[in-house]
Structure formats: structure tokens, C-alpha cells
Design a protein around this ligand. Structure first.
Ligand SMILES: Nc1nc2c(ncn2[C@@H]2O[C@H](COP(=O)(O)OP(=O)(O)O)[C@@H](O)[C@H]2O)c(=O)[nH]1
Ligand SMILES: [Mg+2]
Length: 202
């Protein structure tokens, strides 16, 4: 079985995508002195041992794309204004989307605007790129000292698991939740592969 997964970490600027990516991949520090926005995207590769797929325990090879949340509001020639991902990184989008197996939507507690931002991402990745609910998860990320609840997400997210993440005291559960997500994505991929094999045999 192919245990390679390509996952995207997406969400508004400064919500903690890079901190989560660094923690999960052990590829960099969590919580530096100052905020440094990620340019375009950054790819890290790491292994997740002991994921369970179709009741079998296996090892997953994860390619995690930490995608810049950079986007802006633009107005077209008809005077209609809409949210667009930054032109600066537009050339990256085909590469970011190609072969993507799952997406982690990240947002911050106490931010109503983040709920709308996630709707834009949902339209893009789920409606237009065809990801299924089992290939998605939402992390409401608590930076140190953050209190309050995550904004209510729109009904689009009803079927997608929503989990709180906190790296200072709850890092074990963040890793567990991530590993469960990897299992669920691999489970989906193996079910699709099986269906395709069956349809070839028929
Ligand atoms: N100590 C600590 N700092 C965090 C955590 N999450 C985010 N930050 C800080 O919050 C800022 C924005 O986080 P970052 O991951 O860069 O956001 P991104 O724009 O979504 O990638 C940075 O200065 C991070 O160091 C966390 O769990 N712990
Ligand atoms: Mg970043």
C-alpha cells in the first residue's frame, strides 16, 4: 500500500500554521521572538509511525505544505469586490494543489473574520478542488495566553472534525489528533484505490 500523503496547512495569517508545522515535523522552533510571515509555501517531510489504516498498523510518509495565508481583497472591472489569494504567490497554486490528499484548516479563537476566511478556503479546496470531508480537519489553534472560543463556522464545516490545539500543555493530544487525521486520509485513499480496482475488474 502507498503510505505517502500530501497535506496542506491553510488558514489566515498569524493563526499558527507555521508553529503547528514546526511542532508536528520537529523541523523548527515554535514561538520565536517575532512573527515572520511564510512566503508562498514551505514543504516539510517527516514520518508518522504507527498509524492505523483498515485495521492494520503502518508508517506514513507525510509531506506537509505550510501554505502562506496571504490574500487580499480585489475589485474587478464591474466594481465587484472579492477575496483573492495573493497575486504574488499565484504561480505556486497549481503546484500546491497538485496531488493534495488532505487539508488542515487552521484559525484563531475569538476571530469572527477567520470564519469567513475558512469559507473562502472551503470553496476553493472542497468545492473546486474536490477534497472530501474525510480529507479535512479544522484546528482552532490557541497561542499561549489566548482565551475564548473559536467563532462558529458555517454549515459547510458540519461534517468536518473541529479540534482545539494548544502546544504548551496539550501537545500530546495535538500529535494524536494529527495522527488520527493522517489515518483517516490514508483510509479514504485506500477505499478509493479499492473502488477503482473493483471497477477495473468488473
Ligand atoms: N509560543 C508559541 N507561539 C506561537 C504558537 N502559535 C503561534 N505562535 C506565535 O504566533 C505568531 C504567528 O504564528 P505563525 O505560526 O507564524 O502563524 P502563520 O502565519 O499562520 O504561519 C508567531 O510569532 C508564532 O511564534 C504556539 O503554539 N506557541
Ligand atoms: Mg507561516
Amino acid at each position: 500500500m502507498n503510505n505517502k500523503v500530501k497535506l496542506l496547512m491553510v488558514g489566515p495569517p498569524e493563526c499558527g500554521k507555521t508553529a503547528l508545522t514546526n511542532f508536528l515535523s520537529e523541523a523548527g522552533e515554535v514561538g520565536g521572538e517575532e512573527y515572520r510571515p511564510t512566503k508562498g509555501c514551505r514543504i516539510v517531510e517527516f514520518e508518522v509511525p504507527n498509524v492505523t489504516v483498515s485495521s492494520m498498523t503502518t508508517k506514513a510518509e507525510v509531506e506537509l505544505w505550510d501554505v502562506s495565508g496571504d490574500r487580499r481583497r480585489v475589485t474587478n472591472s464591474h466594481g465587484i469586490s472579492y477575496i483573492s489569494f495573493s497575486k504574488r504567490y499565484e504561480n505556486c497554486w497549481p503546484a500546491i494543489q497538485r496531488g493534495c490528499n488532505g487539508a488542515i484548516f487552521v484559525y484563531s479563537p475569538g476571530r469572527e473574520d477567520h470564519s469567513r476566511y475558512l469559507d473562502t478556503l472551503y470553496t476553493h479546496f472542497v468545492e473546486q478542488q474536490g477534497l472530501r470531508e474525510t480529507q479535512c480537519v479544522v484546528f482552532c489553534h490557541y497561542k499561549p495566553g489566548f482565551k475564548g472560543k473559536g467563532a462558529k463556522l458555517s454549515s459547510s464545516f458540519n461534517q468536518i472534525p473541529k479540534l482545539d490545539t494548544q502546544l504548551e500543555e496539550e501537545s500530546g493530544s495535538v500529535r494524536r489528533d494529527f495522527n488520527n487525521f493522517v489515518s483517516s486520509v490514508l483510509g479514504h485513499m485506500s477505499a478509493v484505490a479499492e473502488m477503482q480496482e473493483n471497477s477495473i475488474l468488473m
